[in-house]
Design a binder for this molecule. Sequence first.
Ligand code: PEP
Ligand code: MN
Length: 295
Amino acid sequence: MSGVLSELTIARSNWLEYGNPETTREVVVAGVPIGGVHPIVIAGPCAVESYEQTLSAARAVAAAGGRLLRGGAFKPRTSPYSFQGLGSEGLEILRAVSRETGLGVVTEVQDPRLVERVAETADMLQVGSRSMQNFPLLVEVGKAGRPILLKRGFSATLDEWLCAAEYIAREGCLDIVLCERGVRRSASWNEARSELDLGVIGPARQATPLPVIGDPSHATGDWRRVEAASLEALRAGAHGLLIEVLPPSMERTDLRCDPLQGVSADTLQRLMDFARDFQVPEPKGDGAIAAGADS
Ligand code: PEP
Ligand code: MN
């Protein structure tokens, strides 16, 4: 089959065009710089379920010293019968809670047609794991004039992730924060959840100037494992964390989305205190980017 290989194009991200990886770009979200010496913690409920529930979580975030609230108005759910988020009403709640607490808003957009509307409320737009290769969405968010939180697809290679970021960068938006949210592990137990891929954090930092944060909440799916995984992510070189919080006013069993992974206000406080004093270490890894077939 000589000649076949030479017909294949290889997808390689090319971040060197967009800045020197040795200098991390500070991405400023609602006045908060991500990518600096100390890690930043973005926190909030999984979904915006009501004004009271969101305010309760936001107050816990603010009390712990956090400045960025994350909560979903449009939720990517595996089953079409699950709660899909409050949509536009959720955006209104986020606006009201932000006014009340002074926190900046990070929230997900899934539909390219809704980017403008979500960007009116969001200080930062989240592209979720399932949307990482929704290319029309990546192009739209790149034009929205907001910083982007780009989660890694849970089966995406490093290079696929960086290529996805490049779709956004090509639109003129370099304010991108990469988020490692765990990769699928064996389905033999806890099939819904993943494992934080600590080994990708260093190489992602070595390949791009972008800040990289870790999401131990979705990676572990278990509030009892979030704190330990957070410390591991920070020691692996993450510039911050995305943490889901159990709103203090709620019982776990009353939540409609990801009820098992929200940490208590006390745990959040401990994590924020740790992050405040912690210095982000130099990235570890060999800097190699695995090439993938162009798919
Ligand atoms: C979320 O951030 O609430 C979420 C659904 O995460 P992911 O896209 O990583 O699964
Ligand atoms: Mn969630």
